[in-house]
Design a protein around this ligand. Structure first.
Ligand code: CA
Length: 512
């Protein structure tokens, strides 16, 4: 009787609990969030299109293939078109129009908007994410790892952080809830990928602000950054396991962002296959990233934790294509149009794979769309955190756990929104200050410079070649109105039209 009572109490204790005001389920799965920087939708041997493309044949990502065979791939997953908005949405569950970190961040109080002849850009949150209130030009929010830490996780950051500007609390991943920081800081790219160059920008006479922090034990050694981060991430996982802690590993690679460098382990075979120097370096960066995925998952397997570890794979924006690549610009994400920095699919559609043992069906595909802010509530649901409230009490993301369970629902009924009242720099299809909405098969883009619309039917025209805005005024106006209402509801900032000396009109309220 006493034994039974003890057992009942033990079961009750294991069934859940409350730590720091957050309720958690007892059986906490480990979570690996593997985020690649600037990786395009086609930069993999896993086909995310409905056919195998020439790019799928070019890139070699055997470990992604293995992961996709064991889990579910999302063929219509979206991020923002550049780094910081995506990363802040991922960390907060908020849409970029609401958190206002709409462009990439680096220095305190300094905007990285390229000057524009007709527009002046609004006072967006150039200092990024802040865990504390009262820091100027930041979004004050509770970041994902802080919630997971309170729920009992060992939270491990490895690689590129890029959450907050230099000299603000958000610059250090440990201030936003990570127990461990390996190589992360304010900058959104590495000084160098090479240990022989100390991962520093000195080789290119670059600003030392880009130097990857930590990792001194690899300085002067012939080791690629991707590999060094992987080795250190695995050690941090080993320590979490030894300490009996569930872990959240945020493996956020600097790869495959510029400045490219030849990863000699893989480079030559792409040259032999006929790629030019730049494209061979890029393909080798992709394969090195894939090796890292394999090494991380092999370490999880070595600990016997594969069945209790959720793996999420994703990229933070589309593949770079406007400059810095070999071959013709704006073609590197085909069949998608354009690339990083663009509102077109090449800029925002990213490869996503999710594997949740016992939940996702092996080798399955989800064709419903999801967006970056959805990861926050989805990951909390996976971790069994039930009663979390973001600062301000709102959450834009919607958990995609029902999709992982293949629950029924109205396909593509919700609208997705992007807002980029900023100037990245290069020109090209879909590149420029804009707001956009996707609903069902339709996508409407509103360009702030000239209040022009592009309307595409993605089911019929994935490559966004036929602008139907004039042919379908009814769809155009309906979506424009919904987009305008959303921007008002989240307090979105619009650029100033310098010629008219007033803010650019909201979509659906165009000045005729
Ligand atoms: Ca990026």
């Amino acid at each position: 009787m006493l034994l039974q009572l003890r057992r009942a109490i033990l079961i009750l204790c294991l069934a859940g609990g409350v730590i720091g005001g957050v309720t958690y389920a007892a059986e906490k799965p480990n979570i690996v969030l593997f985020l690649v920087d600037d990786m395009g939708w086609q930069d993999t041997s896993v086909p995310f299109h409905n056919e195998v493309t020439p790019f799928n044949r070019r890139y070699r990502t055997p470990n992604m293939k293995k992961l996709a065979a064991a889990g579910m791939k999302f063929t219509q997953a979206y991020a923002c078109s550049v780094c910081s908005p995506t990363r802040v949405s991922l960390m907060t569950g908020l849409n970029a129009a609401r958190h206002r970190v709409t462009n990439w961040t680096l220095r305190r109080n300094a905007s990285n908007d390229r000057r524009h002849p007709g527009l002046e850009f609004p006072k967006w949150n150039v200092n990024g994410l802040s865990p504390e209130p009262g820091i100027e030009r930041t979004i004050h929010a509770t970041a994902l790892p802080a919630v997971l830490k309170r729920a009992g996780y060992r939270t491990i950051h490895a690689g590129k952080a890029h959450f907050g500007a230099v000299g603000t609390p958000g610059a250090d991943p440990r201030n936003v809830g990570f127990d461990v920081n390996i190589g992360g800081h304010a900058a959104g790219g590495p000084g160098s990928y090479l240990g022989t160059q100390n991962f520093s920008a000195v080789w290119r006479r670059g600003d030392r602000v880009w130097d990857v922090p930590g990792l001194e034990q690899y300085h002067g050694k012939d080791v690629f950054l991707t590999e060094a981060l992987t080795i250190e991430a695995n050690k941090a996982v080993d320590r979490a396991v030894a300490d009996g802690k569930p872990f959240f590993l945020y493996m956020a690679h600097y790869a495959v962002h510029v400045p490219f460098a030849p990863d000699e382990r893989f480079y030559q075979k792409y040259r032999d296959a006929g790629l030019d120097h730049t494209e061979a370096m890029y393909a080798a960066l992709v394969e090195g990233m894939d090796k890292s995925l394999g090494d991380i998952l092999a370490n999880v397997e070595r600990h016997g934790l594969t069945d209790n570890t959720i793996v999420l794979f994703m990229s933070d924006n589309g593949g770079l294509s406007a400059h810095g690549r070999g071959g013709k610009p704006h073609t590197h994400n085909k069949p998608l149009s354009s690339g990083k920095g663009s509102a077109h699919e090449g800029g925002v559609r990213v490869p996503v794979i999710a594997k949740w043992p016992g939940v996702t069906q092996p080798g399955s595909a989800c064709n419903r769309y999801v967006i970056i802010e959805d990861f926050f509530p989805a990951i909390l649901e996976m971790a069994g955190v039930e009663d979390f409230q973001q600062v301000g009490g709102v959450m834009d993301g919607v958990s995609f756990v029902p999709l992982l369970r293949q629950a029924e629902g109205d396909p593509n009924d919700r609208a997705l929104f992007w807002h980029y009242p900023n100037n990245w720099g290069p020109n090209g299809p879909g590149i420029g200050p804009s707001s956009s909405i996707r609903r069902g098969d339709w996508k409407l883009i509103y360009y702030h410079e000239d209040q022009r619309y592009e309307l595409f039917n993605l089911a019929e025209d994935l490559g966004e070649q036929r602008n139907l805005a004039d042919e379908n005024p009814e769809v155009r106006e309906r979506l424009a109105s919904q987009l305008g209402q959303f921007l008002v509801s989240v307090g979105a900032l619009m650029p100033l039209d310098k010629r008219a000396s007033r803010p650019v009109s909201l979509p659906g309220q165009r000045n005729e």
